[in-house]
Design a protein around this ligand. Structure first.
Ligand SMILES: C[S@@+](CC[C@H](N)C(=O)[O-])C[C@H]1O[C@@H](n2cnc3c(N)ncnc32)[C@H](O)[C@@H]1O
Length: 268
């Protein structure tokens, strides 16, 4: 769907009422992708080495945790592994795109999230090349990400990567607008069905909205609500307090759109 078309989305039907009604919103141009580079490009081998060492420690402790065991068990259960197989069709691997990891040097949740990405890449045979982007990534962090075999994008895509092949998006605790941009850029049967998304729970957004804690704007949430009828969601179990901050309200999402007709309500 072109971004210049008007869109019908599901929006809250009243301040206090649960549920959604169709409403028409004017088109909003998506932010264009733009070139990006870390602000400070100076080398600092000492900081890089320190951060590498820290990341190795995080990966080791994550790998032996009950959280990771439960995470892997969930992926290997037939309901989820069948859905992953359905996205792959005949491909052996899908690319992985990590948006919004945050600063791994400054905060623990991003280190745990990166640790999980490293372990998924290492232990899940269906994950291919990994690309990472967050505008806050520093030059030191970029070098460490590269050392783990991840490519740091030199373009800020604003979350709008189009899935022309099976693609796994890991978007830990991103803002709603980034999920919305991703869905909007992929609002076609063949694209949505090629996406696996691990990020904030879409069910969670509905619950928050229905308790009036969030004011919903169509351009930031419209496609998140509209896709829910085609979405199968599997919540991640944080297991213990140690993993709560990094993975709370995170879910796997799979989209099953049967035909273009399913998306017709979003076209005028
Ligand atoms: C709420 S923070 C989450 C950070 C981290 N994952 C965590 O859980 O603490 C959202 C992150 O999205 C990043 N972000 C903002 N715009 C982005 C974009 N266009 N592409 C990728 N990441 C973006 C922000 O810089 C920020 O680090």
């Amino acid at each position: 769907m072109g971004t210049e078309e008007w869109t019908v989305v599901l929006a809250r039907s009243g301040r206090k009422k649960r549920g959604f009604q169709k409403m028409i919103i004017p088109p909003k141009m998506l932010e264009p992708a733009k070139p990006w580079a870390p602000e400070n490009s100076e080398n600092d081998p000492e900081r890089e080495l320190k951060l590498m060492g820290k990341m190795h420690t995080y990966v080791e402790s994550l790998q032996s945790s009950q959280f990771y065991q439960a995470f892997m068990d969930q992926i290997q259960r037939s309901e989820m592994s069948d859905l992953i197989g359905k996205v792959l069709v005949s491909e052996e691997k899908m690319s992985m795109v990590v948006y919004g990891i945050g600063s791994i040097e400054s905060y623990e949740p991003p280190r745990l999230q990166l640790g999980l990405a490293i372990l998924m890449k290492k232990n899940l045979s269906w994950i291919g090349d990994v690309e990472v982007f967050d505008p806050v990534i520093s030059s030191v962090e970029s070098k460490v990400l590269s050392a783990f075999g991840f490519s740091v994008l030199s373009i800020n895509e604003e979350g709008q990567r189009q899935a022309s092949k099976p693609t796994f998006f890991f978007m830990p605790h991103c803002e709603a607008v980034l999920y919305n941009n991703l869905l909007r850029a992929n609002w076609e049967v063949n694209r949505l069905n090629q996406i696996v998304l691990l990020g904030n729970s879409f069910n969670g957004y509905e619950q928050v909205v229905s308790t009036s804690m969030l004011s919903v704007r169509e351009e930031t949430h419209g496609h998140i609500f509209a896709v829910r009828s085609f979405t199968k969601e599997f919540p991640v179990n944080t297991v213990s307090d140690d993993y709560f901050r990094a993975f709370h309200t995170s879910s796997w999402h799979f989209f099953n759109v049967e035909s273009d007709a399913d998306l017709q309500l979003l076209k005028l």
